[in-house]
Design a protein around this ligand. Structure first.
Ligand code: UDP
Ligand code: MG
Length: 316
């Protein structure tokens, strides 16, 4: 007979899906391999599939699962809004005392959940994961990813861990803090770091995608990393000031040099090509810096519009 009645805690599992018809069911069965653990810890689960405007059978797959299992929920977007929007929608709709975000392609192994949960019991507010290897990834992608994290370490005050995944278990309190950040240009890896809280990092070896293929190409990732930079650092805006000072110094030294040369040697006129080079060089740097300002202006413009981050077409 049970003497103490302990309240069941609810765990929300948020899974962004974009054209993932092959992975949905596989993910479901993989996740509920943890059922003995959920039972042992008295954890109720709600599984939120966020359909990010898929054009394949993803929604039908989720509905099929829902017909068998009440714990499955579906939020379907009116079009593709991107993974960031899907994660935000998931967090907004989640009701759990604990919330975890996972990819549907099993690159975030559900088998790690019990270990993650054990750290929450120890009193951490969040358990985050990072992969220590990038096995199976194109080398050029790894190279730029590393470069990005090294750069961010220098130019941003917000902590961002190399290889960090969005796979993270959080308390309700931390989720509410994340939701309080209503910015339109969302870069969750930075947002996690920005809100703080006591975080435990778990490391795991890279797992290759179970089914289907990656939704990110090199170009998309590059643009995403630029989003990350503009969202969490204003250091690039300083660049034009630095360049200005640097070029003023160079110009001053050149003027002195030219005057001295004129006084000592006289001046055979021969400055045309070098003059053209200098003009081209400085004006291209000016354009580059205006471009940087433009990036921030564009982001500010989008924020000011205060458009919704996503639109729901259907919710079950
Ligand atoms: N995803 C999404 N919207 C998008 C792109 C991706 O919801 O516009 C989801 C995708 O279904 C997957 C997760 O985000 O569950 C990670 O995507 P993917 O596996 O393609 O990225 P990678 O692991 O290659 O970085
Ligand atoms: Mg993946």
């Amino acid at each position: 007979m049970e003497i103490m009645e302990e309240r069941m805690s609810l765990l929300s599992v948020i899974v962004p899906c974009y054209n993932e018809e092959e992975s949905v069911e596989l993910f479901y069965s993989e996740l509920f391999k943890n059922q003995p653990f959920f039972d042992e810890k008295d954890i109720d689960v709600e599984l939120l599939f966020i359909d990010d405007g898929s054009r394949d059978q993803t929604v039908a797959e989720v509905k099929r699962l829902r017909a068998q299992d009440e714990r499955v929920r579906l939020i379907s977007f009116s079009r593709n809004f991107g993974k960031e929007a899907a994660m935000y929608a998931g967090l907004e709709h989640s009701k759990g005392d604990y919330v975890v975000i996972m990819d549907v392609d099993l690159q975030d192994p559900p088998a790690l959940l019990p270990e993650m949960y054990s750290y929450m019991e120890e009193g951490y507010d969040s358990v985050a994961t990072r992969r220590v290897t990038r096995k199976g990834e194109p080398p050029i992608r790894s190279f730029f990813a590393r470069l990005f994290y090294r750069l961010m370490k220098k130019i941003s005050k917000t902590e961002m861990m190399d290889g960090a995944r969005d796979y993270r278990l959080m308390t309700r309190q931390m989720v509410d803090s994340i939701l309080a950040m209503e910015e339109y240009n969302r870069f969750t890896k930075g947002i996690f770091g920005w809100v703080g809280y006591r975080t435990k990092w778990l490391e795991f070896e890279n797992v290759e995608r179970a089914k289907g293929e990656t939704k990110w190409n090199f170009w998309k990732l590059l643009l995403y990393s630029l989003d990350g930079i503009t969202a969490f650092s204003t250091a690039p805006l300083m660049l034009s000031s630095f360049m200005g000072v640097l070029f003023a110094i160079i110009a001053f030294l050149l003027i002195v040099f030219i005057i001295v040369r004129k006084l000592i040697f006289g001046d055979p006129v021969s400055g045309w090509p070098s003059l053209v080079c200098i003009i081209l060089c400085t004006s291209s740097i000016q354009f580059f810096c205006i471009g940087i300002v433009g990036q921030y202006l564009a982001k500010t413009y989008m924020e000011v519009k205060r458009r919704p981050i996503y639109l729901v077409k259907e919710e079950l």
